[in-house]
Design a protein. Structure first.
Length: 354
């Protein structure tokens, strides 16, 4: 079942909406403003529902600064780009220098998460497809581009998100979703005790300015070795590790094992909350995923939904992506978006209990 309700008015005066997908034990709330995930209600081990996604009380929070990018569809370029520059077919294209001389998430004021998307509802499939268009040169990149974000909720508690971009000329696309999860409930405190397994034997170290160092290192013997599972707080507290100290916790891209171009989604992350019994498993098609433990969160009751206060580690984001700044490292996996080969990547979220 899909219901549609008002979500107020976007800054350009366009009416915005909430699309509520209800199918089986899980309910998902989305908005056509930014193709955003607003909330996800999931049962705990005792059958009690809670919203496990951090977010704002109304559209004003999402349309405002939203520095944390709650629930956001990020694009065309996720994460940090050194020098805010991309070279495509020998031509340099320039993104907004919005973090010193570098770029973060394309454009924090005008990116895809700050735009109205058209919506098409498929009630029978419990699916909503959002569409947004960018003109040639808009947001600093070439091509007349059409982006889609398709959310489909299955009756077994699986939410499948497919991102796609079609273009009339070669361009660069590296989209992600920036939802923050707290499996105990969005207003329940921090996620330090929640236990995460990341299927990655390598990760990308970062510089002091959080841009990739341009190398790939083994996780062995570091706090980034989450292959056997560990409480998130254990790694966050490892401040003697220079990489953890630079991010105040996890704020790094993991190289998820087993990447093959155009392959089916493969396991990337499992998280379990011992207190509630809720679990989340994420499978992806992208080569990497950025784990961020919300180390800089600071959103009080004047904006957060339900009167919540979000402090550091109030939630974790797991952002599937091609490696950040990968366009400057030709030997890394490169996303493809051409007229003959549209960009298309899939993220699968499976909610359950343990």
């Amino acid at each position: 079942m899909i219901t549609i309700n008002s979500f107020g008015t976007a800054p350009d005066g366009t009416p915005a909406h909430v699309y509520t997908l209800a199918n089986g034990p899980v309910t998902v709330r989305l908005s056509d403003f930014g193709a955003t995930i607003l909330g996800i209600d999931a049962p705990d081990a005792a059958g009690n529902n809670a919203d496990i996604v951090l977010g704002f009380a109304g559209i004003g929070g999402y349309a405002g600064t939203n520095a944390a990018c709650y629930g956001a569809t990020i694009g065309p370029v996720a994460n940090r780009t050194c020098g805010a520059e991309v070279t495509i077919a020998g031509t340099s294209w320039h993104l907004a220098a919005n973090e010193g001389e570098n770029n973060l998430h394309s454009d924090l004021e005008h990116g895809l998460h700050k735009r109205m998307w058209a919506a098409v509802v498929d009630e029978g499939a419990c699916r909503v497809t959002f569409t947004c268009h960018l003109t040639h040169g808009e947001l600093g990149l070439p091509g007349e581009r059409t982006f889609t974000a398709t959310y489909e909720l299955a009756s077994d508690g699986t939410l499948t998100l497919t991102y796609r971009c079609e273009t009339d000329q070669p361009t660069f696309v590296n989209m992600t979703n920036h939802t923050y999860f707290n499996l105990a409930g969005h207003a329940s405190g921090d996620v330090r005790a929640q236990e995460a397994t990341v299927h990655a034997s390598r990760y990308l170290p970062v510089r002091e300015d959080s841009v990739s160092e341009g190398i790939i290192e083994s996780v062995l013997g570091t706090p980034f070795d989450l292959r056997s599972g560990a409480a998130l707080g254990t790694g966050v507290d490892a401040q003697n590790n220079v990489q953890i100290a630079r991010g105040r916790g996890y704020d790094h891209c993991f190289c998820i094992d087993g990447f093959e171009l155009d392959a089916a989604p493969r396991p990337a992350l499992e998280v379990h909350d011992p207190a509630s019994g809720r679990s989340l498993a994420i499978a992806i098609t992208q080569p990497g995923a950025h784990l961020y433990t919300g180390n800089w969160l600071d959103d009080g009751a004047n904006l957060a939904k339900g009167g919540a206060t979000y402090s550091p580690q109030a939630g974790f984001a797991f952002e599937p992506e091609y490696y950040p700044d990968g366009m400057h490292h030709a030997d890394w996996p490169q996303p493809v978006c051409t007229p003959n080969h549209p960009y298309e990547e899939t993220i699968v979220y499976r909610f359950g209990t343990c």
